[in-house]
Design a protein around this ligand. Structure first.
Ligand code: ATP
Ligand code: MG
Length: 523
C-alpha cells in the first residue's frame, strides 16, 4: 500500500521522465525490503525529497515596469542608478522570457541595502524569494549535497532552497559570496560555478538526488562587499552592480522615511509616543555611528525605541519630540565626534583615505625617525602592495632630499618607523603612497602637516602621482571625518562628478600629478 501511495505521488509530482523512472525503481526496492528496516527509511527519505521538488512548477512572472518601479521606490530611498539598472534588467526579461537569466551581483559596503534590494527584486517580479549565506562556507557538499551512501545524507543547500521556494524559478539570493573559502573538503567555488553557469545549470546534479534538476529559470542574485576574493571564472559570469556608501543627507532621508517608521512599528510604538526631527536625527547619526551604510544607524534607532518603550510601559515617559538631551539620557554620551581628523597640525602624521571592505575610511600614517642607518620598519597589518608602496615613498624621499630641503645624507644617520594604526583592519593597495611620502618628508624635515587635509594617490619612484580607485567612497569618508581639503591624483579629476553636489560644495579639492605639489599643499 505504501508503494501505491508513492506511485500516486509520482503522478502528481509532474516530474520529468528520468525522475519518474528513478522513483519507480526506488519504489520497487522499497517493496522488497522489510517494512521497518533502516534501509527502508533511507529510501523513503529519498523518495520524499524526489517527489516534493518543484520539477516543473513555476510562478508566473508579472513584469509591469511601472509597478516594479513603485515597489523599488517603496522599499528603498535613492539608489537611482541601481534601480535604473534593475529596471533595465526586468525590461529585458520581459522582452526575452526564454533567455537564460544573467547573474546579478550587488557589490558594496555593509548596510547599503544589498540584501534588501534582492528581496525587492523578487517582490517586483512576483517570484518566491530564498536566501542562502555563503559566508564561511568551505565544504563543497554544502552546495551539492552528500551521496546517499553517507549516513544522514541530504541534498545540498541549493536544492533545499528550491524546495523551500516551492517553485523552480525563485529569486535565489546567494549572500556574501566574497566570504566563501575552500579547503580539503573541496572547492565550493567550482560547485557554485555549475549552479550559476547558464551553460551547465539546466542539468544541475545534486550528489544526493542523482538526477539533474533544471536551475536555468532560477534568478540568482549575489552580494559581496568586495570583488577581490571572488574567483575569476565566477566573476566573468556576473553582471556587477556597484552600490556605494550614503552621504549624510541620504542617510537622514533613509532614516526618517524608512528606518524610524519601521522600528517604531517593530517595537509597538508610534509617532504619538515620540518623534524624531531631522536635527536630532543628524546628531544621532554623527554622534553614534560611523559607517558607509545605515545598519548601525538602524541599530541605534532600535536601541532608542527599546529604551523608550520601557519607560513608556512604566509610564515614565511623556510623549514629545526628542531632544539631543534625550539621546544622551537613553543612549549615553556620543561615541564619535565630528572632528575625527587630528585636532592640530602635527609632525610626521598624515591623514590618508582608503577604500576597504567596509567602505571608505580615513586613516593616519605615522612616521617616526630614529637614530640608525637608513632602515625602514613598517607596522600596522599592511598588505604587500602597501609595504612596497612605503618602500617606494622612502626611496623617493631619499633621492629627492635636496629638493625637499632635507640634508642629503640624513639617511646615513636615520632609521624610519612607519605605522598605520587601527591594526584590526587589514589594509592594502598602493593608494597610500603619497600619504606615506608626505609623512616621511614631514618627519625628517620636522615640518608640520595641515590637519584638516586628507590625501590619496599612488607614488612612483620618481615622484609622479598615479590615479587610484574608490574616489567617491574615500571622499565621503573624508567628509564624515570633518576633513576640509582633499588631495587627489590629477587623473581622478573625472571621478568628481560621482560625488554628490552637497559634499562637493563644502570640500576643497586639489588635483596633483607630482608629489612636490602634495608637499606644498600639506606642509
Ligand atoms: P551586508 O553587506 O552587511 O549584508 P547589506 O547591503 O545587505 O549589508 P541590508 O541588510 O540590505 O544591507 O540593509 C541594512 C538595512 O538598511 C536594511 O534594514 C535596509 O532595509 C536598510 N536600507 C539600506 N539602504 C536603504 C535605502 N536606500 N532605503 C531604505 N532602507 C535602506
Ligand atoms: Mg546583506
Amino acid at each position: 500500500a505504501e508503494a501505491d501511495e508513492y506511485r500516486e505521488k509520482i503522478a502528481k509530482a509532474k516530474c520529468p521522465k528520468e525522475v519518474e523512472e528513478k522513483a519507480l525503481k526506488e519504489i520497487e526496492r522499497l517493496e522488497k525490503m522489510p517494512p521497518s528496516s533502516a534501509e527502508g527509511t533511507v529510501v523513503r527519505t529519498y523518495l520524499d525529497w524526489l517527489l516534493v521538488l518543484p520539477w516543473t512548477k513555476s510562478s508566473r512572472d508579472k513584469i509591469d515596469l511601472t509597478r516594479s518601479e513603485e515597489i523599488l521606490n517603496q522599499d528603498h530611498y535613492g539608489l537611482e542608478k541601481v534601480k535604473e539598472r534593475i529596471l533595465e534588467f526586468l525590461a529585458i526579461r520581459k522582452l526575452t522570457p526564454k533567455m537564460k537569466s544573467p547573474i546579478l551581483c550587488l557589490v558594496g559596503p555593509p548596510g547599503v541595502g544589498k540584501t534588501s534590494l534582492a528581496k525587492s527584486i523578487s517582490r517586483s517580479l512576483n517570484r518566491k524569494f530564498v536566501r542562502m549565506s555563503l559566508g564561511g562556507l568551505r565544504d563543497e557538499a554544502e552546495i551539492r549535497g552528500h551521496r546517499r551512501t553517507y549516513i544522514g545524507a541530504l541534498p545540498g543547500r541549493i536544492i533545499q532552497g528550491v524546495r523551500t521556494a516551492g517553485t523552480r524559478n525563485p529569486v535565489f539570493l546567494l549572500d556574501e559570496i566574497d566570504k566563501m573559502s575552500s579547503d580539503f573538503r573541496g572547492d565550493p567555488a567550482s560547485a557554485l560555478l555549475e549552479v550559476l553557469d547558464p551553460e551547465q545549470n539546466s542539468t544541475f546534479t545534486d550528489h544526493y538526488l542523482e538526477v539533474p534538476f533544471d536551475l536555468s529559470q532560477t534568478l540568482f542574485v549575489l552580494t559581496a562587499n568586495t570583488l577581490h576574493t571572488i574567483p575569476r571564472p565566477l566573476l566573468d559570469r556576473m553582471e556587477i552592480i556597484n552600490i556605494s556608501g550614503y552621504t549624510e543627507d541620504e542617510k537622514l532621508n533613509i532614516a526618517s522615511r524608512y528606518l524610524v517608521p519601521k522600528q517604531l512599528e517593530a517595537h509597538g510604538l508610534s509617532k504619538d509616543v515620540f518623534t524624531l526631527e531631522d536635527d536630532v536625527l543628524l546628531k544621532l547619526l554623527q554622534g553614534y555611528t560611523r559607517e558607509s551604510g545605515v545598519r548601525g544607524l538602524e541599530r541605534q534607532v532600535a536601541n532608542l525605541c527599546r529604551k523608550i518603550a520601557v519607560r513608556w510601559v512604566k509610564q515614565e515617559w511623556e510623549p514629545h519630540t526628542l531632544t539631543v538631551e534625550d539621546l544622551e539620557s537613553t543612549l549615553g554620551a556620543p561615541r564619535y565626534h565630528f572632528q575625527a581628523a587630528g585636532k592640530s597640525p602635527e609632525i610626521g602624521a598624515v591623514t590618508g583615505l582608503a577604500f576597504t571592505e567596509v567602505g571608505g575610511v580615513v586613516l593616519t600614517v605615522e612616521v617616526t625617525p630614529l637614530p640608525g642607518k637608513g632602515r625602514l620598519t613598517i607596522t600596522g597589518q599592511l598588505g604587500d602592495v602597501m609595504k612596497e608602496s612605503a618602500q617606494a615613498a622612502w626611496t623617493f624621499v631619499r633621492a629627492y632630499a635636496n629638493q625637499l630641503g632635507i640634508e642629503e645624507d640624513f639617511y646615513d644617520r636615520t632609521d624610519l618607523h612607519i605605522h598605520v594604526p587601527e591594526g584590526a583592519t587589514p589594509k592594502d593597495g598602493p593608494s597610500a603612497g603619497i600619504t606615506m611620502a608626505t609623512a616621511i618628508a614631514s618627519a625628517i624635515a620636522k615640518r608640520y602637516v595641515r590637519h584638516d587635509l586628507a590625501m590619496t594617490g599612488e607614488i612612483t619612484l620618481r615622484g609622479n602621482v598615479l590615479p587610484i580607485g574608490g574616489v567617491k567612497e574615500k571622499v565621503l569618508a573624508a567628509h564624515r571625518a570633518g576633513i576640509k581639503v582633499v588631495v587627489l591624483p590629477e587623473e581622478n579629476r573625472k571621478d568628481l562628478e560621482e560625488i554628490p553636489e552637497n559634499v562637493r560644495k563644502v570640500l576643497e579639492f586639489h588635483f596633483v600629478s607630482r608629489i612636490e605639489e602634495v608637499l606644498k599643499l600639506a606642509l
